[in-house]
Every structure is written in structure tokens, then in C-alpha cells.
Design a protein around this ligand. Sequence first.
Ligand code: 8OZ
Length: 366
Amino acid sequence: MSSKINLHSSVKLGPYELPNRIVMAPLTRNRAAVGNVPHDLNVTYYSQRASAGLIVTEATQISPQGMGYPATPGIHSAEQVAGWRMVTEAVHALGGHIFLQLWHVGRISHPSLQPDGALPVAPSPIAPAGMASTYSGEQPFVTPRALTLEEIPGIIEDYRKAAQNALEAGFDGVEVHGANGYLLDQFLQDNTNHRTDAYGGSIPNRTRLLLEVLAAVTGVWGADRVGLRLSPSGTFNSMGDSNRQELFTYVVEQLNPLGLAYLHLVEPRADMNPPVQLGAAYFRPIYQGTLISAGGYDRDLANQTLAAGEADLIAFGRLYIANPDLVERLAHNAELNPYDRNTFYGGGEQGYTDYPALDSQLVGSN
Ligand code: 8OZ
């Protein structure tokens, strides 16, 4: 094989030179303090993982309306910006790079999580199947209220302000969350978007909001410090489209001229029952920029994918929950800590900051 690229090869990402191609995937952990504010516990957690080539933070709501789960952090208040600043300073002191993931959940919320108990908003009044996570346990999803045409500039403005707040909080960039059935994905796919205005119907119309959000966010950061996450094969949050291949091929073609820092794809492997196989292997010949691929990778598959040139970086989620020193463990092909699903969402230190690093004699000081 002529290519020697592997997980521990350096890589340029936008203006940054990263020491390795290992990305900490965005991971919802529901451990923000009151007011959806990042605090010391979150500083410890991200600091422990600062040897990642890139950390993408947990999904972070751009506005009170954008929230859909208990204790997720925001980036719309001064207190949240100050909390995130502690995180970015700690990660930077350790030589790491960290992007904030910008999130609006759309219909994946509940009135009990919304300002004034309002209905969640969506492209169209269509309820997802299943249950919302609330502060009083799981409750059935409600039918959301369709955003009016007049409200859409306000949503874009919320993204712009959140991007500005992320800049003030000291991040290295932002990732727009366009995946997993949240607001932007709800506009893209036609089982959630039944609109008849300029934001619904044709594929270009359904892609409009995503592109307008990217224009607003890149206006703050410059395109080379903005990434986008998509999940073209995902069915999480009741997603579906009549022609995913045509839709997502169009979306990715529109990204090419933007010159983003990267496109971050969730592989079909991450879905229990993927209706299509639209992952990095499919998009590599279509997308001209840097690709991050996520979804159930182990060391061998990751290195094979990089060596084959199918992706430029690999994101690890569950392995990163349990292995703060994943970069060092993968370098030594060391044993990995098993993860505990029961402590993924919510709680305190347990299952969050108490996973051990390898013995110091193997990896140097930790
Ligand atoms: C799991 C639980 C809650 C939220 C995503 C932000 O899927 C999430 C998420 C995942 O992107």
C-alpha cells in the first residue's frame, strides 16, 4: 500500500495543523449546571480528552427554543459563554483544538422544556414517534407548531448570534448540526417537511434553510472554521425521505463551493436499520473538501478507511466516553476501557470523569 496515512498522522483542518486524525465525536451527556451552563465538571471531562486531534463538543442549543433534553448546555446566555470559556481555555492550555456543535432540536422537544411551555417548532406539524426526554421522565412527543415564513429569519439570526457567542467563548470553530433528525435535518427530509413555501417542496427549497444557516455562521467565522454534520442514512428521531440519495447528493454538491473546514458524516453502520448506504465511501468522490467519518469504528477499520482515502479523519463516540486517553491507547494498540451505557446521559462524575487513563509508565504522565 503506498499510503502511510493512519490515525496518528497529522492533518490540516481549516487553518489548523492537527497532530492526529482522531476526533472526539459530539456526545450528549446531559451534565450542564442549572441555566444550561457548562461548569467545572465539564471542564475536567473535556480536558481529559484534549489529546484528540479535534474535540467536537456535545450538541449545544443556540436558543432556549432549540433545547430538547434535560441539562444540555446552551450558547445563548452570558453565563453559558463564560462557562464554555473555561472549557476552551483548559483544552487550549493542553494543546487541544475544540469546535462547538450548534444545535436546534426543532420538534425533538417537549413543552416542558420550551419557554412559556410553548409547543416545539418544526417545518411542519408532524409529531415524531416515541417519547421526549424531560425533567420528569419520558413523555410522549407532541405535534409541533410549523414555523411561519416570517419566523425563519429569526432562526437564522439565532444561529448567527450563537456562532458569535462561540467566537467569544474562545472556540477554534463551530460545527453546524445538520444530522440525526433535528431542525435542519427536519427541513431537508420530506417526511418531516411538507411546506409549500420557499423552504419546502423541491430539494433546493428544502436545502435552503441549511445553506442560509451556513452563510450566517460562516459570515461570523469564515468558512474554513465551520464544519457541518449530516446523517444521510439515519432513521433516528423518525427520519425518512422519498429519495435520500438524490437529496443528500444535491446537499453535498452545494457544499463544495463553500470551502468549509469539513463535512462530518455519520455512517450507515451507526443506524440499527439503515434504509440506504450513504456514507463516506459514497460521498468521497462527490465532496471536494475534508471528510470526517463517524459511526462504530475500531482501530483497524479506522486505519483502513484512512489508508483507502475514504475519509480524512475518524470520529469516535462511545470509545471516547470510556477512554479519555484514546489517542495514546490507539497508538499503543492498548486495551480499551469498556463503556457503561447506564451513565451516558445525566448524573455526575460517575461514568463521566472517572474512566481511568492508562498506567503512566506506558503513556508518560497523564
Ligand atoms: C443522543 C441523545 C440525545 C441527543 C444526536 C444530539 O443524536 C444527539 C443526541 C443523541 O445528535
